[in-house]
Design a protein around this ligand. Structure first.
Ligand code: GLU
Length: 470
């Protein structure tokens, strides 16, 4: 295919009730490729299986795409809705002699196969109707492709290299069933052609289909697209990804609180590479993405790596944007939402939370101190840090902190001096402070917490903790 046409890619998911991460990754590759080249990224829903293709199943695809930020150009195309066009093409192929009506019944085909087996021949069905014109009137028929019987079909694949298929191993596939419905293999080619798709980037489970699809392109005199069949994603043990490896649906990652940007980065690296770069932005991925960087061997899912990628993205995302992502995460997972005041406090806390969090819920958990109200709810360990002596120290601190300037240097000075004069290591003082301020024993630094919640709230929480009984 010549490359002077504007680039058009597509994702063509069959609704299965959820969006598999393999589909998400295929979508991402197509999206990156189109966006890099200023081309178009189209969405076609392959909804010809009417039982599976419920509105909910289709919505699950749209939700997955929307969450991952894969915006497609134009309206989503329904394959089912294009059945008339698929029929029209099959009819025109009949007219130009690249397809034929086959009147063989199921029984005749079965008998053909049985005989072939008994005689040790290939069981590939060779229709007796391929060159016949004495058609029975009114009898049901299918339309078959008059595929070349000799020679080879070449799939010049950008990832797999040249793959040659002997035409003798392919039968005359059905394009239109006897009820007039198109087969999937026929519909895909007609749709890709009509949508102007220049590059078909998809899972290598479709590699064999490409040979048949190329035959349909050439039967119609259509230019075939550039093919890139990408290896499937495997689990950590190197076996084909399945439920037992963990989350296979992209929305499960959303529900774990992986930011979408991190998921894009991680999925991009599952099967594609740019030197040793593991961590990158969308803009970099767009600049760097090319088909040459797609590997030939299956990529393995690695949850630890995903956590590191998520951590990197969280650390470099704007504070307000992280709060928006947390808000979306809470809505997605059906948790109660944050008030505007809580969002404001969380935003101002973000600077001390985001450096080591590997997911949005982790970030939220670290920021809990900024969201809670007095009296602070305490866990057992925190409560254990508030013995009589500690409570007395907290009480003395409330007085000392009343009039000092509320900045980091001053607070450090006051608290370090408070520890020194009592002959305590700072950690000894920090434990009751953490308990009082956050109700937990593991928290951001006490200075950060005090600065974020401010003087009044700090003094209030210290007073509450100081007045607890044994
Ligand atoms: N509908 C196919 C799938 O979901 C994709 C077909 C294609 O990309 O050509 O696997």
């Amino acid at each position: 295919m010549s490359t002077d046409r504007p680039i058009v890619t597509r994702i063509a998911p069959s609704p299965t009730g959820y969006m598999h991460i393999g589909t998400a990754r295929t979508g991402l590759f197509n999206w990156l490729f189109a966006r890099k080249h200023g081309g178009q990224f189209l969405l076609r829903i392959e909804d010809t299986d009417r039982e599976r293709s419920t509105p909910e199943a289709t919505q699950a695809i749209l939700d997955g795409m929307a969450w991952l930020g894969l915006d497609h150009d134009g309206e989503a195309v329904s394959q089912f809705a294009r059945a008339d066009r698929h029929r029209e093409v099959a009819e025109s192929m009949l007219a130009n002699g690249t397809a034929y009506k086959c009147f063989s019944t199921q029984e005749e085909i079965a008998a053909f196969r049985d005989a072939a087996k008994a005689e040790g021949r290939s069981t590939l069905f060779l229709s007796p109707w391929r060159d016949r014109t004495d058609h029975p009137q009114g009898a049901p028929y299918v339309i078959r492709l008059k595929a070349p019987r000799e020679g080879q079909t070449l799939i010049a694949d950008k990832v797999q290299g040249d793959v040659t298929i002997q035409n003798a191993t392919l039968d005359d596939m059905i394009l239109l069933r006897s009820d007039g419905t198109p087969t999937y293999m026929h519909a895909v080619v007609v749709d890709d052609h009509d949508m102007g798709v220049t590059h078909v980037i998809r899972g290598d489970d479709h590699l064999n289909n490409a040979a048949r699809q190329i035959q349909v392109y050439s039967a119609n005199g259509w230019e075939e697209p550039i093919w890139a069949h990408i290896p499937l994603i495997h689990g950590e043990d190197g076996k084909k990804l399945s439920k037992r490896h963990g989350a296979t649906g992209v929305m499960e990652y959303a529900e774990m609180g992986i930011p979408a940007a991190a998921m894009r980065n991680y999925l991009a690296r599952l099967g594609w590479s740019h030197g040793d770069d593991e961590l990158f932005t969308d803009a970099q991925a767009r600049d760097w993405f090319d088909l040459d960087g797609i590997g030939k061997s299956p990529a393995r899912l690695d949850m630890k790596k995903l956590g590191n990628v998520a951590g990197w993205h969280i650390a470099r995302t704007e504070d307000a944007e992280l709060v928006t992502e947390i808000t979306d995460f809470l809505a997605l997972t059906g948790q109660s939402s944050l008030s505007q005041a809580q969002k404001d406090r969380l935003t101002s806390a973000m600077y001390c939370l985001k450096d080591r969090a590997k997911s949005l819920p982790e970030l939220l958990d670290k920021g809990r101190f900024s969201l809670i109200n007095r009296p602070v709810d305490m866990d057992e360990k925190a409560r254990g840090a508030l013995d009589t002596v500690s409570r007395r120290i907290l009480s003395e601190l409330t007085t000392q902190l009343q009039n000092v300037s509320w900045d980091r240097d001053t607070l450090e000075g006051v608290l370090n001096a408070a520890a020194d004069t009592r002959g305590l290591k700072f950690g000894k003082l920090a434990a009751p402070l953490r308990a009082a301020l956050a109700g937990r024993s593991v928290t951001p630094s006490v200075f950060d917490m005090m600065l974020v919640i401010g003087r009044d709230e700090t003094l209030g929480r210290l007073t509450d903790a100081a007045s607890l009984s044994d």
